[in-house]
Design a protein around this ligand. Structure first.
Ligand code: PLP
Length: 365
């Protein structure tokens, strides 16, 4: 067993990275697309990849797609473009820690709305609107939430789109886990639901989970005018994103290796999730959580009064890592923690959970 079993990182273990497929794709990209791959591009990214992504999303005009160096950068660009200090922005509670930090840096007023087992509490949002809040943007992670593991119900997606049209706020659909699905059909995107309405949706996704986080290729899809403005800013900031990485990703998409890898990764991750759910039930039965239908994360609620930050030191001593709940909240979250099953092979899960259980005992002793 390793010295440290880490449930902390939102990244897969090395055995889930498609090394051979990327090697082959890089060779083909350099044989067939060398000029594009090794030259400056434009702010919008690789035109072939914009086209492929538009097609993957059901025939969206490639001019509405912009490829970026990962979707986090895409989010930062969009926030910087749309928001000013003092604007109200709705964030789910809990939410992705980096998003909370970026919004804080921009000086916006973050309004927290609780997550439920089926996604953001839309009635809570409606109440906030009725109370006079005027958010400029609502940030939502609709599928296999980071950190909460939950997925937004179809009806709530539709209602959010209606509310966007009624109140004029942007929905930022932060959706890197959509294809990391362990079964069943994908729920509709709010991007699609907004078509033909007055709702304003920008959708972000990424190849970090379907290829590997090191490729740093993500994308935005939104209204043509916004994408044009963002592409101009991208061009003025970094000329173009990494064209070599995009050319390789495009080749993976075209060859079918992307879909084969998604299938492999999803099977492996589902096995890791099952092992974690089983061991938590056996070893930490007080833990409550939504069983995620995909993605990387499980959000544990422990008994009231537990402080997961106090568990960090004993966990380190035991050789196990996790992220404490308050990292993902505006306030509260002390008795919660995020566990990522992506980096832990099934054979290490039982030992990892028993180390966690010992760390929990240590803070209660
Ligand atoms: C909800 C969410 N958004 C964005 C990102 C960033 O992804 P990328 O690697 O594409 O920058 C992550 C990564 O973990 C994430 O969980």
């Amino acid at each position: 067993m390793p010295d440290t079993i880490s449930f902390a990182r939102g990244a897969p273990s090395a055995d889930l990275l498609p090394v051979d497929a990327v090697r082959l794709a890089a060779e083909t990209a350099l044989n067939e697309d060398a000029t594009r791959a090794l030259s400056y591009g434009t702010g919008i990214g690789h035109p072939g990849l914009c086209e492929w992504i538009g097609h993957r999303h059901g025939g969206i005009d490639p001019a509405r797609v912009m490829v970026t160096n990962g979707s986090l950068e895409a989010g930062w660009m969009l926030f910087s473009h749309l928001l000013e200090a003092g604007d109200e922005v709705v964030v789910e509670q809990p939410s992705y820690d980096r998003t909370l930090l970026m919004l804080d840096k921009l000086g916006v007023d973050r309004i927290g709305i609780q997550l439920e087992a089926d996604g953001i509490d839309v009635a809570g949002l409606e109440q906030a609107l009725a109370d006079g809040h005027r958010p400029k943007l609502v940030h939502v992670i609709p599928n296999f939430h980071n950190p909460a593991g939950c997925t937004l119900a179809d009806g709530k997606r539709r209602r959010l789109v209606e509310l966007s049209a009624e109140h004029g706020f942007w929905i930022f659909e932060d959706d890197p886990y959509r294809e990391v699905r362990f079964g069943g059909a994908a729920a509709p995107t709010m991007l699609d639901l907004a078509e033909g309405t007055d709702a304003k949706v920008v959708h972000a996704s990424s190849f970090s989970k379907t290829v590997g986080p090191g490729v740093r290729v993500g994308y935005l899809i939104g209204p043509g005018d916004e994408i044009k403005a963002l592409a101009k800013t991208a061009n003025e900031t970094y000329i173009s994103p990494n064209m070599l990485a995009e050319s390789i990703v495009l080749e993976l998409c075209r060859s079918g290796d992307l879909d084969r890898n998604i299938e492999f990764v999803n099977e492996s991750l589902a096995e890791r999730r099952d092992a974690l759910v089983l061991e938590l039930g056996k070893q930490i039965p007080e833990a409550e959580f939504v069983v995620p239908g995909g993605g990387y994360f499980l959000w544990l609620d422990l008994a009231e009064g537990t402080d997961t930050r106090e568990m960090l030191a004993p966990a380190k001593e035991q050789g196990v890592a996790f992220v404490a709940g308050p990292d993902f909240t505006l306030e509260g979250g002390e008795n919660s923690m995020r566990l990522s099953f992506a980096p832990v092979p099934p054979g290490e899960v039982a030992e990892g959970v028993s180390r966690l259980a010992r760390a929990l005992e240590a803070v209660r002793a």
